[in-house]
Design a protein around this ligand. Sequence first.
Ligand SMILES: CCCCCCCC/C=C\CCCCCCCC(=O)SCCNC(=O)CCNC(=O)[C@H](O)C(C)(C)COP(=O)(O)OP(=O)(O)OC[C@H]1O[C@@H](n2cnc3c(N)ncnc32)[C@H](O)[C@@H]1OP(=O)(O)O
Ligand SMILES: Cc1cc2nc3c(=O)[nH]c(=O)nc-3n(C[C@H](O)[C@H](O)[C@H](O)COP(=O)(O)OP(=O)(O)OC[C@H]3O[C@@H](n4cnc5c(N)ncnc54)[C@H](O)[C@@H]3O)c2cc1C
Length: 669
Amino acid sequence: MAAVDGGEVDHLAGERATAHFDVDAMKVAWAGSRHAVEVNDRMARLVASDPVFRKDTRTMLSRKELFKDTLKKAAHAWKRIVELRLTEEEANLLRLYVDQPGYVDLHWGMFVPAIKGQGTEEQQKKWVPMAYKFQIIGCYAQTELGHGSNVQGLETTATFDPNTDEFVVHSPTLTSSKWWPGGLGKASTHAVVYARLITQGKDYGIHGFIVQLRSLDDHSPLPGITLGDIGGKFGSGAYNSMDNGVLRFDHVRIPRDQMLMRLSQVTREGKYVHSDVPKQLLYGTMVYVRQTIVADASKALSRAVCIAVRYSAIRKQFGSQAGGPETQVLNYKTQQSRLFPLLASAYAYRFVGEWLKWLYTDVMQKLEAKDYSTLPEAHACTAGLKSVTTSATADAIEECRKLCGGHGYLNSSGLPELFAVYVPACTYEGDNVVLLLQVARFLMKTVSQLASGKQPVGTTAYMGNIQYLMQCKSAVNTAGDWLNPAAIKEVFEARALRMAVNCAQNISKAPSQEEGFSELSPDLLESAVAHVQLIIVTKFFEKLQQDIIGHGVKEQLQNLCNIYALFLLHKHLGDFLSTGCITPKQGALANEQLGRLYAQVRPNAVALVDAFDYTDHYLSSVLGRYDGDVYPALYAEAWKDPLNETVIPDGYQEHLRPLLKQQLKFSRL
Ligand SMILES: CCCCCCCC/C=C\CCCCCCCC(=O)SCCNC(=O)CCNC(=O)[C@H](O)C(C)(C)COP(=O)(O)OP(=O)(O)OC[C@H]1O[C@@H](n2cnc3c(N)ncnc32)[C@H](O)[C@@H]1OP(=O)(O)O
Ligand SMILES: Cc1cc2nc3c(=O)[nH]c(=O)nc-3n(C[C@H](O)[C@H](O)[C@H](O)COP(=O)(O)OP(=O)(O)OC[C@H]3O[C@@H](n4cnc5c(N)ncnc54)[C@H](O)[C@@H]3O)c2cc1C
């Protein structure tokens, strides 16, 4: 059942033997169900065993080769999906394990959801089946050269012409060029384009439109449309497989019924009609994607941690006495204190991602029933969790690279590419700072409503306990007291509430609410982070209340949950001390407890990353191999580099030989 596609010898067998828990049962806890383990495993192996999906030389390909390779993989994946009649769940997993960003991610991840979320039933009936059969390829064209974060600032126009019953889509300025949409540059035939709707001389703001971009016969851009790729991006391989694109419209005409009309409509006469639903539902696709990004964070983080843990168990430095064995770097307390919180975070994000998926589904059901009351909280939770988990994951991947020493810097470690692919998650689908300010705004609103006696619900319910939380003092007396979930929850709630209330009080001293918010925005960010961290900690504790089966599994998860919370407490000690939630002594006790917990994780570390059940193909790291046979793999990998194709390098005759053979006419010595 272990996800091996490496060699025969298991250099990590000793590590695996020290685990105090049932790894197969942990796989179930991680994946969510036995079914999820089975289907993940099957799809990962299907991809790993198919030579078309090889990616070991990906970072050495030129941009053109890489893009073509991405087209090939996407087409092959589709062929397998059809041949094997895979379910939607299986197909999504297959694409995930192919592990190469490409137009299909935006087609399935944004184009289809945008039509499903914002199109009328009739529009869905027309467009979704074509998209499902890949008769058309779609992308999500929102961001422009001049504006990304400020959606209301977009400049593309869609002006209704009642004479022809069409919209005229136009890019009036250079800055209105669509810029960034994935899949747009070279692959998409269609896009959901966001543009200002103008009818009867009035600008009604941003709305979505389905626009055909390329001919379905020869793929050439349709008249009035300029298209291209925006150029190379950070890192080798990585996100360069994606054709992020530029798009300009020169008075392009589309039929009226290609405006996505679920939320608002334009009649044949050109009258604008808005249904009585919140305007923010226009942003629904972004909420959906932010929720999936949280699940991706645990995937990327667990992948990096798996590599760093396995390699740290293999790598030895120092400590040899009288010819005895050297110390595994995983035994150094510093290595543990840097690595184990990341391991705990991977589990924490996995569980909060699971919860967020539930929340999203719940909110969608309520929206169907015309109950819009939970929309602000859904927005705050998706925005906040997207922001906190992606920032922490990007930092963590880089930390894992450092934890692997010099070899972590090699492409063959898998970490540079993972970082380069992952780091834009801090920016796309909403810049993390911009999104945290949205959370802060929601928090300030909630605090201001406390005075009027309105009881907050959901993830802000704790704020209703304001009388107690503003003055409580932690009762922790010993390091062991920090293992009590109630003790941890209390200080996280008190910290988050006190930071929010402090901000609200300071804002109220400003000449205006707006000025106060702007002046206080750095503090507001920290307040939003404190609230989001409380959510993650709380959801981890709630997970532990569920039925968790398997020998030792619950104990391991309890340790990881405590590590996650106490690590945050240690990292943000300033917040906890300055808000008076704990004393310096209690802070020191938390740190003492943290050290003990690390010692408990140590014998279980390798098994805890085995529970992610990743194939060597998916990890694509010589350092993270399941069998731990790192050195021969590193050595072999080096020879694959194009530079090693010849013994004497290209350029020797022109640039090295003359240098070495020069007859010096002067001497600097
Ligand atoms: C080694 C290989 C590994 C390979 C692995 C494969 C990797 C996977 C590959 C690939 C997959 C990933 C592909 C990436 C995809 C990326 C796609 C994109 O990026 S698409 C563009 C996203 N663009 C943004 O996100 C703009 C951000 N900006 C905004 O969302 C808005 O402008 C915002 C929220 C910042 C401001 O919104 P306002 O301009 O309407 O202004 P305000 O006054 O703040 O909001 C008005 C009211 O609306 C609420 N609101 C705002 N947004 C809401 C929302 N979404 N839902 C509900 N309410 C919302 C607010 O809370 C506020 O409410 P009250 O008035 O205070 O009650
Ligand atoms: C790899 C990648 C893929 C993408 N894919 C797509 C796609 O498929 N479709 C699509 O439409 N878009 C896509 N985007 C665009 C993406 O959504 C935007 O880049 C993102 O929303 C950020 O907007 P921006 O680039 O305008 O950043 P800016 O807003 O210009 O950010 C610049 C800086 O200003 C700060 N800032 C901005 N506003 C504020 C504020 N109000 N308060 C404080 N600080 C602020 C930010 O924190 C940041 O530090 C993609 C981007 C990337 C990198």
